[in-house]
Ligand binder design. Structure first.
Ligand SMILES: Cc1cc2nc3c(=O)[nH]c(=O)nc-3n(C[C@H](O)[C@H](O)[C@H](O)COP(=O)(O)O)c2cc1C
Length: 257
């Protein structure tokens, strides 16, 4: 693999969940947000709110950003031009989520280059009612994810990823022979076990089906079991996310709210 300063920064990044007392300067914050803004966009549908209350920020970070999928601002521009948004909510959201996500990842990389660390918090998706109130969000603005940021007070190892054969497919989608699935799972599980990741966090997702017997301890519970439990047991009702969208005036099964 080729290495240079940019690649090294991307390869060494890890989520940071413990932060020092140091507060990022306004110049650092503006630089990070400006670099985020410069990400590729479909329609510039990403915007950000910054929160500076350590007490309430995720991981007590000195700053956190609420990353917004912002259709309201686009509608403001369109209104000046004499247009209404007729594009469906699903269309606008799928493009808007991309704009917001690429922007957010640019912010992560920019922060990294300024020796800061960050961690996304996915629960924002379920928190639209609270975030609308806290942040005065108008209709058609959907909080996508929270990004906690500050100067790292921990230096965890880089987390593992799937092997390249399980990630990059040549021209056609593979049929995933069983041994390649097992190899990929083993790479992930060994990587996280070597870091004592779940043991340190003291977190194992409980089994919700009482008929299933718990066979894992922190000595063998790792990423593939953790993610499988999440995807098998959490948020099984589509209403869990349709409702937060509806609260933001972004019903998915109506053409227009
Ligand atoms: C959309 C999204 C949501 C996430 N939500 C959380 C979260 O709620 N809590 C957390 O500790 N980490 C969260 N993370 C961070 C991931 O756990 C982390 O990126 C992953 O374990 C890989 O580790 P690394 O970033 O250190 O490489 C989230 C990441 C993404 C992209």
């Amino acid at each position: 693999m080729i290495r240079n300063a940019v690649i090294d920064s991307l390869m060494n990044r890890k989520s940071i969940r413990e932060f020092t007392e140091q507060i990022p300067s306004e110049e650092e914050i503006l630089t990070i947000v400006r670099a985020g803004q410069q990400a590729p966009f479909a329609m510039q549908l990403g915007s950000v709110i910054i929160q500076r209350n350590r007490e309430t920020n995720a991981f007590n970070a000195p700053i956190q950003f609420i990353i917004l999928c912002d259709l309201h601002r686009m509608e403001k521009v369109m209104k000046v031009r004499g247009w209404n948004r007729e594009a469906s909510n699903i269309h606008s959201l799928l493009f808007g989520m991309q704009d917001a996500a690429y922007m957010a990842q640019n912010m992560v990389t920019a922060a990294e280059s300024l020796e800061m660390g960050s961690c996304f918090v996915g629960s924002a998706l379920y928190m639209s009612e609270k975030l609308r109130e806290d942040c005065n969000l108008p209709d058609h603005v959907f909080p996508l994810v929270i990004l906690a940021m500050g100067f790292p007070a921990e230096d965890p190892p880089v987390r593992p990823r799937y092997p390249m054969e399980f990630h990059l497919f040549q021209e056609k989608y593979p049929d995933f022979p069983e041994d390649s699935v097992k190899r990929a799972m083993d790479q992930m599980d060994r990587g996280y076990l070597e870091q004592n990741y779940y043991k340190k966090a003291g977190f194992m997702i409980p089994l919700s089906d009482k008929a299933r017997e718990e066979k894992f301890t922190f000595d063998n519970y790792s990423w593939t079991e953790h993610i499988s439990r999440k995807m098998a047991q959490w948020s099984t009702d589509p209403e869990d996310l349709l409702e937060p969208l509806r609260i933001c005036g972004l019903s998915l099964n109506e053409k227009r709210d």
